[in-house]
Ligand binder design. Structure first.
Ligand code: SAH
Length: 347
């Protein structure tokens, strides 16, 4: 195990069976070595900086039926909402005043926001807020749509693969296809977005072999951003009775991803903060270097329930920012309010 960790640190590569071996066999003391090496790797590239993003959850309408997600269209126990353009711009304004320079616009797959509306929104944000990056996280769209948004000024796009295992993908996403998900990711990379992908740790049916395949998929595509979070069962979904994903395993995956993709932008996700009071900090110590603050109005936030407990950890952005700044001091990190692009990226 020690040799493997050393190889990983020096070469930033591992074979599938080696990843599986680490996932299945790592003990507490070597786990600390893994986190130390991941943190060191992050510091070699990004120093002590942790980038801040502002998340705007602008619609919880969704046509999909992802089995883990509370926004799935079959969930009737949810108040659906969408923010209008002026409300979204209002969120940006609030974030901008706080110093935030990346807006992450996230929603379910809501056809109300057709291509032209999204183009208009992008252009307006880029015009009104100087030197900001726009990130979309709105699911699967046509190549034409991705191109239009990119031309309008969108910089980044988040689309988790969720899993590249065909059976698990099909089981978790009735009526969707892995083929289309992967096609979307190829298009995003090809168009020139800083592209993010990732997965949930602890989904029912996920094995260490599947996890290893999903980690290698991220490595092989050299994504500029990676999002990982623990599975949190939502009561109004078919997976309500399954166990929550493990914090420990999620952190091990974060560290492995940092070591395999040294330069990737890797958030300590809200899903980590939900399952542990010190989740954000633990993520940072395991190699994460991004934190997303919630800029959605509280009425919207209450109803954007992908998983439960999300709102207990998402204060008003002003308060969160102060908390994050204090917490990070303890782990020797520092908030950076810049755009925080991928190292060496020309935009
Ligand atoms: N509609 C967009 C945004 C999805 S929400 C899209 O399809 O990309 C962002 C991420 O939250 C999802 O990609 C999924 O990985 C994660 N997520 C959803 N439900 C979850 C749950 N119950 N527990 C943990 N993560 C979840």
């Amino acid at each position: 195990m020690k040799k493997l960790l050393e190889k990983l640190y020096v070469t930033n590569t591992l074979a599938k069976d080696e990843i599986m071996y680490i996932l299945s066999n790592i003990n507490d003391s070597l786990e600390n070595d893994l986190f130390r090496l991941a943190n060191l790797t992050k510091k070699n590239h990004y120093g002590n900086k942790v980038y801040i993003r502002g998340l705007i959850e602008f619609s919880n309408f969704c046509k999909n039926t992802c089995k883990y997600c509370g926004l799935r269209c079959q969930n009737k126990n949810i108040n659906r909402y969408r923010l209008m353009k002026n409300e979204i711009l209002e969120c940006c304004h609030r974030g901008y005043k706080l110093g935030i320079r990346t807006f992450v616009l996230q929603s379910g797959e809501d056809s109300y926001f057709h291509d032209e509306l999204l183009v208009e929104l992008t252009k307006e944000i880029k015009y009104l807020f100087n030197n900001t990056a726009v990130t979309f996280s709105i699911g699967e769209k046509s190549r034409t749509c991705y191109k239009k948004l990119y031309k309008a000024g969108a910089d980044r796009y988040l689309l988790r693969q969720e899993t590249v295992n065909k059976n698990l993908y099909q089981n978790m996403h009735p009526r969707m296809s892995l083929e289309n998900r992967l096609r979307c990711l190829t298009n995003l990379l090809d168009i020139g977005y800083q592209t993010g992908s990732g997965f949930i740790v602890g989904l029912p049916g996920q094995t260490d072999e599947i996890l290893a395949e999903d980690i290698l998929f991220l490595k092989n595509n050299n994504f500029q951003m990676v999002g990982l979070g623990a599975f949190i069962p939502h009561p109004d979904t078919p997976l309500s009775s399954y166990n929550q994903g493990s914090l420990r395993k999620t952190l091990i995956c974060v560290a492995l991803v940092r070591l395999l993709l040294p330069k990737t932008l890797l958030p300590a996700t809200t899903a980590l903060a939900v399952i542990s009071p010190d989740g954000w900090n633990k993520g940072i110590i395991a190699g994460a270097n991004v934190i997303m603050l919630n800029l959605s109005p509280s009425s919207a936030r209450e109803n954007y329930e992908i998983y439960q407990g999300k709102n207990d950890v998402s204060d008003e952005a002003e308060i969160s920012l102060q908390k994050v700044k204090n917490d990070l001091k303890n782990s020797g990190s520092q908030v950076d309010m810049g755009r925080g692009d991928y190292i060496g990226w020309n935009y």
